[in-house]
Design a protein around this ligand. Structure first.
Ligand SMILES: NC(=O)c1ccc[n+]([C@@H]2O[C@H](COP(=O)([O-])OP(=O)(O)OC[C@H]3O[C@@H](n4cnc5c(N)ncnc54)[C@H](O)[C@@H]3O)[C@@H](O)[C@H]2O)c1
Length: 287
């Protein structure tokens, strides 16, 4: 199956990166959909900024950057976004009901051959697929932040995802010059977050219990485990609301007590301190 047109749903932190890589690296025609013009403008602004940096570093020419931009079509209209898509990659907020509603719409408006992928970090692909009449073509395509830089795509097989769908997504990922791993069973957190999120929760507990300073917790893990950044900084990058949502899904799907979130995490999310995206998390990102 040949993929030429890709619809990316949600122009936020992940969606803008997925749209950029789809257009720039894989050479696809991309429709980028969001719910408000200001969100589309922000997403396109991020893409322009990122391409500008590549031009500045002489990795691509201004002409290349212009070509990439001409391949990305921002739109508020669902039919326009997905109507001719061979592949839809959904990167809307991490809410089951929202994703189900979106997948119902994709099922209605996309050609029948189209593959419907979700970039969800923690929601069951099998559940999302139930909103469609083509669960064999619904799959997890889990990118990492920042999409332009991170090499990995976790491909997640739902209960009814076909081998052919997995094969197409593997090829698409390769076309984007990403490495893939296959999550054979649709379990909360897939591979990476199942290991990462408990580590982040424990790092936050160390802050809460005042066992060490944030600087020292990060330094310990950078130098002791050779992570490129410490867990507290990483939590701010992921988004504290996202981290909290994932722990809730783990509580429901894996173990209620083991994944009980630290009170400090709940407090910060309540106060709107969500990390880098709100300029305030455990660290001050305002400068
Ligand atoms: N943040 C991460 O590090 C990360 C990593 C991997 C996967 N994810 C997953 O990617 C998805 C998106 O996360 P994000 O961090 O980019 O969130 P985000 O909040 O930055 O972006 C979500 C975007 O979706 C838009 N949106 C909301 N409702 C919509 C709708 N009905 N139709 C179209 N667009 C809509 C929002 O306006 C926003 O621009 C989530 O499922 C998340 O779990 C996040």
């Amino acid at each position: 199956m040949k993929i030429t047109k890709v619809a990316v749903i949600g122009a936020g932190l992940m969606g803008h990166g997925i749209a950029q890589v789809s257009a720039q690296v894989a050479g696809y025609e991309v429709y980028l959909k969001d719910i408000k013009q200001e969100f589309l403008d922000k997403g396109m602004g991020r893409i322009k900024w990122s391409l500008g940096k590549l031009v500045e570093k002489e990795k691509i020419s201004q002409g290349d950057a212009d070509t990439v931009l001409s391949r990305i079509h921002p739109t508020l209209d669902m039919k326009e976004a997905v109507g001719e898509a061979d592949l839809v990659v959904e990167a809307a907020p991490e809410k089951l009901q929202l994703k189900k509603t979106l997948f119902e719409a994709f099922d209605e408006f996309t050609p029948y051959h189209a593959i419907l992928a979700s970039n969800t970090s923690s929601i069951s692909i099998t559940e999302i697929a139930k909103a469609t009449k083509r669960p064999d073509k619904v799959v997890g395509m889990h990118f990492f932040n920042p999409v332009q830089i991170m090499k990995l795509v976790e491909i997640v097989k739902g209960e009814k995802t076909s081998d052919e769908t997995v094969e197409v997504i593997t090829k698409v990922s390769q076309q984007m010059r990403k490495e893939t791993v296959l999550c054979k069973r649709d379990r909360p957190g897939f591979i990476v977050n199942r290991i990462l999120v408990p580590a982040l929760l424990d790092a936050i507990r160390l802050v809460e219990e005042d066992v060490a300073s944030i600087e020292d917790i990060d330094k310990a893990i950078r130098l002791g485990l050779n992570w490129p950044m410490g867990p507290i900084t990483l939590a701010d990058y992921v988004g504290l609301d996202t981290a909290l949502n994932i722990t809730r899904v783990f509580q429901e799907g894996l173990d209620k007590h083991r994944y009980d979130p630290p009170a400090l995490l709940e407090k910060m999310v309540k106060e709107g301190k969500l990390g880098r995206k709100t300029k305030q998390g455990f660290l001050d990102w305002s400068r």
